[in-house]
Design a protein around this ligand. Structure first.
Ligand code: DGY
Length: 320
């Protein structure tokens, strides 16, 4: 063994990340690339100084209570940290970092795809083409909802929310947003601020969620809030499944209250909600918001930058 810190990669991150990690650390890689269980995380904590988990590895209070004191830092390969009990990790003296900024554009691009796919019947159209069932055309065939000039409500104007707003401006959408605090005019770029969801929701022909999953945002879009959207609105979620009451969403889709939804995140992952599959106006993707090769390299490098700073005795830029 060298005198390099020992780093566990519980998932197969990008090749460039693995190569750089191997240069600077003694790396243990989970070649199987399966989500690691609580027992595996606990067992590995006695063998390594650092871990670079993804959102698929859960550091619950119970797991954290059983971690070996050898583990000094959890350098997440994700911006979201809802899979980590941050107060339990802090109480145990384990440093935690994440990877903000670098995935904002990729996630915002995917949110645009979700919005467009939901608005223009992508699931049904794709099925018709693949099954050879496209047998007619008429002016009323597959008529969707236009983005241009429509009102877009954004919940959470952090980095991803702002990147999404910038892309939606390219579609000439009228942007409204709700955020804990109002942005500067420079960052607002003409978007209309709402200091409550209650004023935002009735204005949102399209509503896109960009806030973290916390106890306060659990089921943020519940039956009551979905009812406040205009009839025929479209809901987009590229943030976290925890933000949406999925039964309330299905009911709103069934009743035609919502015209469609575009979802990349689900309460149960992997797998998603099997009830959604019956509805072709729910356009779904399997949590791939940040899944571009450029962004995955950038996420891995950002996590390594945080580790390098930590082991050099400096404060990592993304220390939480
Ligand atoms: C994130 O970084 O939080 C994305 O959801 C991928 O894990």
């Amino acid at each position: 063994m060298s005198d390099k810190p020992v780093l566990w990669l519980p998932r197969r991150v990008s090749d460039a990340t693995v190569a750089r990690a191997r240069r600077d650390y003694d790396v243990i890689l989970n070649e199987a690339d399966t989500p690691c269980t609580a027992e595996e995380i606990v067992a590995m904590s006695g063998k390594v100084d650092a871990m670079m988990p993804c959102h698929s590895e859960h550091f619950t209070a119970d797991v954290v209570s059983r971690l070996d004191p050898r583990l000094k830092i959890v350098a997440n390969h994700s911006v979201g940290v809802d899979h980590c009990d941050l107060s339990a990790l802090a109480a145990k003296g384990i440093a935690v970092t994440n990877t903000p900024d670098v995935l904002s554009d990729a996630t915002a691009e995917l949110a645009m795809l979700l919005m467009l796919g939901a608005a223009r019947h992508a699931v049904r159209g794709d099925r018709l083409m693949r099954t050879g069932a496209w047998d007619s055309w008429s002016p009323s065939f597959m008529v969707g909802k236009q983005l241009t000039g429509a009102r877009l409500g954004i919940v959470g104007m952090g980095r991803v929310g702002r990147a999404f707003a910038a892309k939606a401006l390219g579609f000439d959408m009228e942007i409204h947003y709700f955020n804990r605090s109002r942005l500067s005019p420079d960052q607002e770029k003409g978007a209309k601020y709402h200091d409550s969801l209650e004023t935002l929701l009735p204005e949102a022909d399209f509503l896109s969620l960009h806030c973290p999953a916390t106890p306060e945002t659990l089921d943020l879009m519940n039956a009551e809030r979905l009812a406040q959207l205009p009839d025929g609105a479209i809901l987009v979620n590229s943030a976290r499944g925890a933000l949406v009451d999925e039964n309330a969403l299905i009911s709103a889709i069934q009743r035609g209250k919502l015209a469609a939804a575009g979802l990349d995140c689900f309460k149960t992952e992997p797998g998603g909600n099997p009830k959604f599959a019956a509805h072709e106006n729910i356009f779904m993707l399997p949590h791939i918001g940040s899944a571009t090769s450029r962004t995955r390299d950038a996420m891995g490098f950002r996590a390594l930058d945080n580790l390098d700073a930590f082991f050099a005795g400096k404060t990592p830029q993304d220390l939480l």
